[in-house]
Write a protein that binds this ligand. Structure first.
Ligand code: ATP
Ligand code: MG
Length: 471
């Protein structure tokens, strides 16, 4: 079953904002159109009504029996009718229910107008549509009042053309509003979603072992997410530290019986003269040594992994630290008549780092140099500052070089040795677990440093461990 990918927030937001602005633009268009139509109709109706009233008032009743009517059109009535523009005009005058002049088929209003105001209505007439104003008054004909009804109809072609122009303009306004809203919604979606991007970047920028809680200022809506993420990080850290405790305890519980076993085997070796038994005991002692060594290295590795996750950096004087480590390695080197030749600068060379990580790394490098050197040789340990690579860009480094005259790397690619449990083909006779250089490489990476292993000119191996100098 394929899971549907959730729609993007940005797309959802933009679509909703666009739909909203489309509705708003349509409403603006309708509002402009309707109010413009109504305003122009009201104006035209007012003129039509006034003309109809003026026409009705221009009627004079005759005094003969037939009920004749005379129309006395004033110039004002004419100018009003002329002001109606290009429209066609139709009229009908009814006196006492009979059409006396005009178009007898001009439809009457559904309801008769009252005497005071004209009544307006729209009606189809012949091939066109008319807006009609109906006016009623009474006229004295032959000495008695008779009802007079005046209808004045007008086509509205010109008004329709004006309304169309207005509609086009309203549509343009709607379109401009919509385009502005579209740009705005894109910008708004971008700025609204920026904090999510910032947060993701803050998490993404972290090193693989950086397990500090997130402290970036996130907007209130994102804080449940940040809290959940921090909770997850805390649980992960807890699990890591439990693992570390487990390994430390396991290493301790393995090492103690192993050393008892070793002592017992050595005693037995001294007491036996049977050669096959002695050979078996020697193999046992070696296996015990390797077990003890592996337990120690596993513990170191777990510690390094845990500390790398904590990223608790402090100011460290590298010179004294290297000097102390060299002194600590002297007894083991002396057992094989190996001389350690440190060359340290006068200044302490302060860096920011984790002393536990640096010690674990250097201890392993010194251990390798001693372990893989022949008796009666010397190991050079040089601490120096290194100018930034490329003549200026990047940070200056403090570099520790440990160079021996040992068996060398036997042509193997040095980077391969940083893989867990990877050992050289020429070291079968020396006990080891293959974790030492993994620890070194991880410690260097955790502190933004660098580790290299290379064949030394004239025989032997040179290991370099470099850390960035502050500023
Ligand atoms: N100074 C050295 N001279 C020659 N070979 C070396 C040197 N340092 C490292 N190597 C090679 O790199 C391999 C990996 O070294 P690493 O320290 O990781 O493991 P190890 O020394 O075999 O075991 P341990 O985990 O006990 O240190 C070694 O087995 C060896 O082949
Ligand atoms: Mg080693």
């Amino acid at each position: 079953m394929t899971r549907r990918r959730p729609t993007s927030l940005r797309r959802r937001l933009v679509i909703q904002l666009l739909a909203l602005s489309a509705v708003l633009s349509a409403l603006i268009f309708l509002a402009v159109r309707i109010s413009a139509d109504r305003a122009s109709e009201e104006t035209l109706d007012a003129v039509l009504g006034a003309a109809a009233v003026s026409l009705a008032e221009a009627m004079r009743g005759g005094d003969r029996d037939g009920g004749s009517v005379t129309v006395d059109l004033s110039p004002v009535t004419f100018s009003m009718l002329a002001a109606m523009g290009e429209e066609r005009i139709f009229y009908r005058v009814d006196l006492d229910g009979r059409t006396v002049t005009g178009y007898g088929d001009l439809p009457l209003p559904a309801e008769l107008p009252d005497a005071l105001a004209p009544r307006f209505y729209t009606v189809g007439f012949r091939d066109t549509e008319l807006r009609v104003a109906a006016v009623r008054r009474s006229l004295m004909v032959a000495g008695r009042p008779a009802p007079l009804l005046v209808l004045l109809g007008q086509t509205r072609d010109g008004q329709e053309a004006i309304a169309e122009g207005l509609a086009n303009r309203a549509a343009l306004v709607g379109l401009v509003v919509f385009s502005a809203a579209a740009i705005f919604s894109l910008l708004a979606a971008g700025s609204l979603l920026r904090p999510i991007g910032t947060l993701a970047e803050a998490v993404g920028r972290r090193g693989p072992r950086d397990l500090r809680p997130l402290r970036d200022q996130a907007p209130a809506e994102l804080s449940p997410f940040v809290t959940a993420l921090n909770g997850f990080i805390a649980r992960l850290r807890g699990t890591l530290s439990q693992t570390e405790t487990f390994i430390a305890e396991a290493a301790h519980h393995i090492r103690t019986p192993l050393s008892v076993m070793r002592n017992e085997a050595e005693l037995a070796l001294r007491e036996t003269s049977d050669e096959p038994a002695r050979a078996r005991l020697r193999r046992l002692i070696r296996a015990v040594d390797e077990g003890a060594r592996s337990a120690g290295q596993l513990l170191d590795h777990a510690t390094v992994l845990y500390r790398a996750g904590q990223q608790e950096m402090a100011e460290i004087a590298l010179g004294p630290l290297v000097a102390a480590l060299v002194e600590r390695s002297r007894p083991i080197a002396a057992m094989r008549d190996i001389t350690l030749l440190p060359s340290l600068p006068a200044e302490p060379l302060r860096i920011r780092g984790d002393a536990v990580l640096i010690e674990a790394a250097l201890r392993n490098l010194l251990d390798n140099a001693v372990k893989y050197s022949p008796p009666d040789s010397a190991i050079d340990i040089v601490l120096a500052t290194l100018a930034p690579a490329g003549g200026g860009a990047g940070a200056a480094m403090a570099e520790i070089r440990i160079a021996d005259r040992g068996r060398g790397l036997d042509g193997a690619a040095p980077q391969a040795f940083t893989i867990r449990f990877r050992r050289g083909s020429n070291v079968g006779d020396v006990p080891g677990s293959g974790l030492g250089l993994t620890i070194v490489a991880e410690a260097a990476a955790a502190m933004g440093g660098r580790f290299d292993l290379s064949p030394r000119e004239g025989g032997g191996t040179c290991a370099t461990f470099a850390l960035p100098l502050p500023g």
